[in-house]
Design a binder for this molecule. Sequence first.
Ligand SMILES: Nc1ncnc2c1ncn2[C@@H]1O[C@H](COP(=O)(O)OP(=O)(O)OP(=O)(O)O)[C@@H](O)[C@H]1O
Ligand SMILES: [Mg+2]
Length: 235
Amino acid sequence: MSGAALEVEGLNAGYGKVTVVHDLSLTVPEGAVVALLGPNGAGKTSTLGAITGTVRASSGAIRLFGERIDGLSSYYRARRGLTLVPEGRGIFPGLSVGENLELAVESARGVDPAWRRTQMARVQDMFPALGGRLKQRAGTLSGGEQQMLAMSHAFLANPRVLMMDEISAGLAPLIVQKLYDAVAELKSDGTTIVLVEQYLSYALRLADICYVMARGSVGFVGEPAELQGAGVSYL
Ligand SMILES: Nc1ncnc2c1ncn2[C@@H]1O[C@H](COP(=O)(O)OP(=O)(O)OP(=O)(O)O)[C@@H](O)[C@H]1O
Ligand SMILES: [Mg+2]
């Protein structure tokens, strides 16, 4: 690990006149997995939104590999390699699985056709359930398969920092395990990852550093092993 892939400093963000993220700072070292944890309504999704540029930030600096990105639109932040698997799965339900994957790989940042072919094969290998359903309409997949497709979409964008918002939400433990196996594989490849979770066990197994949010602020920062003894109230 060397240097920070993503650095957020003194971020305040919210909706209209209401600030829901207060003076938040976080550092994601290159190659690390950082977990952003906290109960319902803590401000996790709003923080990701402010980082990707879809939620208004009133102050704060956001740096991607040392360069300020907070003045850029979300489109250009994504072009720089900041990728989000959104809460509630960002897929195109009316298109087939294969079309969804093609769209994702077509919009990947400057990569050659050989890389695209390799990555397409790789996500189908990672999630065999998708490989067998390329012609099926994405909206008719099960919840777990839709999440696999949303994650494949993000992987195919060739992210420099990959952020995922509650990939486990509403899914059975066996499915969640499969999703996290894929995240573990990306981690072992050196991908820099931010995992937002309300439920902790899977995220904590992979995380190098945890930030615990409550009411829009970070209340605890530390390694997973330190969390247990820290008396974080919602655990
Ligand atoms: N579009 C919005 N307009 C106004 N307020 C919002 C909006 N989205 C979220 N909020 C408020 O911002 C606060 C933080 O919500 P946020 O969705 O960021 O929390 P979260 O930690 O992601 O919660 P969850 O675990 O339920 O996803 C909450 O008080 C919520 O009501
Ligand atoms: Mg959320």
